[in-house]
Design a protein. Structure first.
Length: 92
C-alpha cells in the first residue's frame, strides 16, 4: 500500500510538499513498507506528532530501517507546533 500512498500524495498535492504524521494510534508496517515509506523525494518536510515514548521510538526505528539520512523529519508533542514548523519549512 506504500505505492498507493505515494501515488495519492503525488496526484493530490503540488510538489514539493509537507506531511503531518499523527502517531496517535498504534499501527505497524511490513518490513518491505518500512524500507519504502520514506523514499518519496517530493516530500520536503515531515512533522511527526508523538505523544508517547513508544510512538517516538517506533517512528525513529522506521527512519533507521529506511536506511537514508536525507529526510527532513522533526518530532513534536503537539499538532499546533508541528504545523507551525511544517509551514516554516515549506516556505524556505
Amino acid at each position: 500500500m506504500v505505492d498507493e500512498y505515494h501515488d495519492f500524495l503525488l496526484n493530490s498535492l503540488d510538489a514539493p510538499f509537507g506531511v503531518l504524521i499523527n502517531k496517535k494510534n498504534a499501527y505497524t508496517y511490513t518490513f518491505g513498507a518500512q524500507k519504502k515509506i520514506l523514499l518519496l523525494d517530493k516530500i520536503k518536510a515531515r512533522a511527526v506528532v508523538t505523544q508517547t515514548s513508544a510512538a517516538l521510538m517506533a517512528s525513529k526505528t522506521l527512519i533507521a530501517i529506511s536506511g537514508s539520512t536525507q529526510h527532513n523529519i522533526k518530532f513534536f508533542m503537539d499538532r499546533e507546533t508541528a504545523l507551525i514548523w511544517l509551514n516554516k519549512e515549506l516556505s524556505l
